[in-house]
Design a protein around this ligand. Structure first.
Ligand code: FAD
Length: 342
């Protein structure tokens, strides 16, 4: 993806708060693009607790993290937001004609009048296994995500981990791979039982190997992997031939590149006012878990409110010459037209 687009608002983070901001912006005629390093919308709700019930969303006595995400997606659909998923918002600069230019780690360029930071607890980044010399192979032979399956055709693959990602990719890549090993410390998997059964069936058919072992080292040079060294109680030290290591040890959240956007920070949070939720830089707003102000509560419902007030202020940047009229969705036919419900 190598595109450059101009829009009204770019939102960093497609968590629940970034998603609802699309709605509030949309009611005021502002178009939004969203960037998220995750490959799906929903932020913490979708990534950390999709099946857990939430009990404090107004008017939803109980709703799971994934259901809340799905409902928000349905609610914002009339405004046709553009998603740039699986990419990190990396650099922010000002253009000569008064736009903000946001560049992602894979080269997407979005220019917008307003930037909304809805980055929550920070960007989700992979936890790395502690294997000596690992860094030397990253990006060439060692990966923490699969963006394109074809890249792994004919490879001698070792997958490390015991959760859903490790099991799903083992099953999906096994047919393409020249050889496949799944390595996990215990013979106990925190993944869907169906996936575990499929994996065990592949092992029984000799289509792949399961190593209940620890990875102790990597062998190869110039970033090109040749073998993975392992140790198990049964076999002691042994070597598995491999040119690819995929490690799925879960995700952790880090503030990431936003720290370098030149904004004032307060303990890795972005201070804002409580009238507009604007940062120290005019035209850049921060809403949801990432912001800080006296009395802040890291709750989804607070983030929704912050999005509504942010949109009122963003309007003045996007449409400096237009008058803003307060309207109810219940009684405004103009708003209902935008929502496509009339
Ligand atoms: P997030 O959900 O954190 O989403 C931020 C997104 O921004 C992430 O997807 C991240 O990948 C992305 N991002 C950040 N930086 C970048 C970057 N530079 N480039 C690209 N993408 C980036 N809240 C409640 O109100 N009620 C509850 O009952 C409740 N229960 C919870 C239970 C658990 C187990 C957890 C972990 C949290 C719970 N919360 C609850 C908190 C709630 O999930 C958060 O308040 C909410 O997710 C914040 O939403 P957000 O959109 O601000 O940020």
């Amino acid at each position: 993806e190598n595109q450059s687009v101009r829009t009204d608002v770019v939102i960093i983070g497609a968590g629940p708060v970034g998603l609802f901001a699309v709605f509030e912006l949309g009611l005021l005629d502002m178009k939004a693009h969203l960037v998220d390093i995750l490959d799906k919308p929903g932020g913490q709700c979708a990534e950390l607790y999709p099946e857990k019930p939430i009990y404090d969303i107004p008017a939803w006595p109980v709703i799971t993290g994934q259901d809340l995400t799905d409902r928000l997606m349905e609610q914002i659909a009339p405004f046709k937001p553009t998603f740039h998923l699986g990419q990190m918002a990396e650099a922010l600069e000002r253009t000569d004609d008064g736009f903000w230019r946001l560049t992602t780690d894979i080269g997407t360029v979005i220019e917008a009048k307003v930037v909304v930071i809805a980055a929550g607890g920070g960007s989700f980044v992979p936890k790395k296994p502690s294997i000596p010399g690992l860094e030397a192979f990253e990006g060439t032979s060692v990966f923490y995500a699969v963006r394109e399956m074809e890249k792994f055709r004919g490879k001698k693959i070792v997958i490390a981990g015991g959760g859903d990602s490790a099991l799903d990719w083992t099953i999906n890549l096994q047919p393409l791979a020249k050889s496949m090993h799944l390595v996990h410390r215990r013979d106990d998997f925190r993944a869907a039982p169906d996936s575990v059964n499929k994996m065990r069936a592949l092992v029984a058919d000799n289509k792949m190997a399961l190593d209940i072992a620890a990875i102790t080292g990597l062998e190869g040079e110039n970033g090109i992997l040749r073998a993975v060294h392992m140790n198990s109680a049964e076999r002691g030290d042994y070597v598995v031939e491999a040119d690819t290591l995929l490690a799925f040890y879960g995700l952790t959240m880090k503030l990431g590149p936003i720290a370098d956007f030149g904004l004032h920070l307060h303990e890795n949070l972005v201070p804002v006012d409580t009238e507009k939720f604007e940062t120290s830089t005019p035209g850049i707003f921060a809403i949801g878990d990432i912001n800080y102000y006296p009395g802040k509560l890291k709750l989804i419902l607070s983030g929704f409110h912050e999005g509504a007030l942010m949109a009122q202020a963003a309007f003045r940047y996007v449409f400096p010459d237009k008058k803003l009229r307060f309207q109810y969705t219940t009684s405004s036919s103009a708003l209902q037209d935008k929502l496509g419900v009339r």
